[in-house]
Design a protein. Sequence first.
Length: 606
Amino acid sequence: MSDNQLFKPEERSELQRVLSTMNREQLLWLGGYISAAIDFAPSGHDTYSDPIIEPRAVAQHAEPSAAAEDSARSLTILYGSHSGNSEKTAHMARHEAERLGISCKVKNMEDYNARFLKDEEQILMVVSTHGEGEPPLAAQELYDKLACNKGPDLSEIPFAVIALGDSSYQKFCQTGYDFHSFLKKLGAEPLREVAALDTDFNNELPSLIPAVVKLFASSGSSPAAAPSAAKERSADVMASDTPVEAPVLEKLQLNGRGSEKETWHIEISTDKKGLVYQPGDALEVYANNNPELVRAVLGKAGLEGTEKVEINQRRYSLEEALTNHFELTLVTPPVVKKFATLLDDDALNKLLDDADKLNEFIRGTDVLDLLTKYPVKLTIGELLSFLRHLPPRAYSIASSPAEVGDEVHITVGAVRYEKDQRWRGGVCSTFLADRLENDDSLKVKIKPNNQFRLPSDGDTPIIMVGAGTGIAPFRSFIQHRSATGSKGKNWLVFGDQHFTTDFLYQSEWLKYKKSGLLTRLDVAFSRDQAEKVYVQHRMKRYGKELYQWIAGGAHFYVCGDMKKMAGDVKNAFLDILQIEGHMSREESQAYLAKLRKEKRYQEDVY
């Protein structure tokens, strides 16, 4: 039956006339009325028989929806963000809630008191996981309070959790799963399992957000007043998510001859590209896979590469798709799990049951390894079914726009290693090192990092501790302080392997030291003596002075390896608080927590 046959001409005319006179609230109520009427409606072939339902019966059925307008449950969205993705997702959920007529408010976990949870009617949590299962700093205090199982009684409060993470880490989306567990133990009612999103979450949000928010909807929800976007969203969140092509201005290797490391300084033009950033932010770089690896994967899969595939409504050859859109150099547990379903034997399934063995297996493993160790002929669909999308790689920005103008600089350490008699490399670092030339363009996007910012007062002293490429954000900090005439004291503790080959940006640091802008410069070159010396050793050697700076209001910054260096620096910091501040371990930990909350101890770790 065509649409024109569903209603008689005079009925269509009358329907249009009535609807055109209604306001938004009346249309929402009518939606509930019609939903109720559908339950009583006859089948299509009886369309023009008796009336659908007696008006009184419909009114009685629709009354709860109308009455619910005054008692509809509102939705509170709490976000815990590290780089802004959770905040952005939370505001997307708010817009969807408002579209459905749900009264909604968005709160940063950093500014939220756990005792208010009992007063909420419905809760949606959006939270990222930082590092190996750690909550982001913004969510730490709320996380700690709920982890003690001493939170308020949340009986019958509906909730859901959207978790953002990276499946290359062992504890994927762990913070989201933890919050789900905390709320459930306090009596709250989960509306669904945790929605765990990987690094390609942008592809899933358009369908996920409506599905999750709909769980909180009711036909009687009263429409929400649209809040001011200026009040609800920061400039960072409003920034475009679309990457741009930006020209490369210069590419230089920083290490001296004979170094065991390969570190590149890359300068990129931001002129007319809309790339606006602050010191502390990161630059996301969109790389492509090594062509040799792509061809080897196609060969192992038994495919030519000329076959056509569709991605985001655009057609590519399979070779182009594997080169630019799918992760090949990194294998995660979800990838192994999906690949295992394509095999005839259960060897990989047994491996999936042992987390330790699985993590050992995937360390340094790429997609070519999977196809080599577990050979199988694949269709195009089967190959793409277990691959994850190729996410951009983020690099701490090594420049300040106040100093370099329409440019952005990054510091990149090339990752190369040998496994199973084959050399491999990091997808982005080797793309930048081996296949990027001066005058080429890069596809890039700014990634704001509001958890790693200079003090608003330029007179505040700062202590910067970095190792290797962890020097990058501190170059941006000192450039900014130089360009803006800040008077605060600056102390840099830098570490790498050798003084003669690995003192990154050495001439610049010595220039700042000579001018007096860099108040202190302490270095730790681990391989220049028999006993290895790292940045944490330099900290402890000058612990008395470091404590005096902290007691005098200094902000402390750490940038470097998350798995080892950041933990060692934190422990050294706690030791200094105990020794120089005469604190117990518990008191030093409480003092550190206070510094974190005040944004006086900040980390940019990877």
